[in-house]
Design a protein around this ligand. Structure first.
Ligand SMILES: [Zn+2]
Length: 113
């Protein structure tokens, strides 16, 4: 799954709904390029918890998502333009979900549905 997130899926994963007010569009997406984290530590809970804390306290961003792409490490976030909440639900765009599920099944080598 990490490999998938690192390439194709990344592009198709986007903000879909505000969990505060329920609006489904009008998000301001912010992607932060994180430097100084060793690749093998990017998936560690400690690293992600530390970054989550940082974004909550310094950027007032409640929900962040971690991405690795082209050897770079990113934090992905979005803000609702209606209520200014950062508690945004991200999902894979619907037209892409079938492809992702088939790739996911391949990755783990068995049916999950
Ligand atoms: Zn909202």
């Amino acid at each position: 799954m990490n490999k998938l997130l690192a390439d194709d899926v990344y592009k198709h994963f986007s903000p879909v709904r505000c969990s505060s007010c329920g609006t489904k569009n009008g998000f301001n997406r912010h992607i932060f390029h994180i430097t100084g984290v060793q690749r093998k530590k990017q998936a560690d809970d400690a690293t992600q918890n530390m970054l989550q804390y940082h974004f909550l306290h310094y950027h007032k961003i409640k929900y962040v998502f971690f991405r690795a792409h082209s050897k770079k490490f990113y934090v992905d976030s979005a803000k609702c333009s209606s209520c200014k909440s950062t508690a945004i639900v991200f999902d894979i765009s619907p037209d892409y979900a079938d492809y992702v599920m088939s790739e996911y099944k391949k990755t783990i080598g068995k049916n999950i549905i």
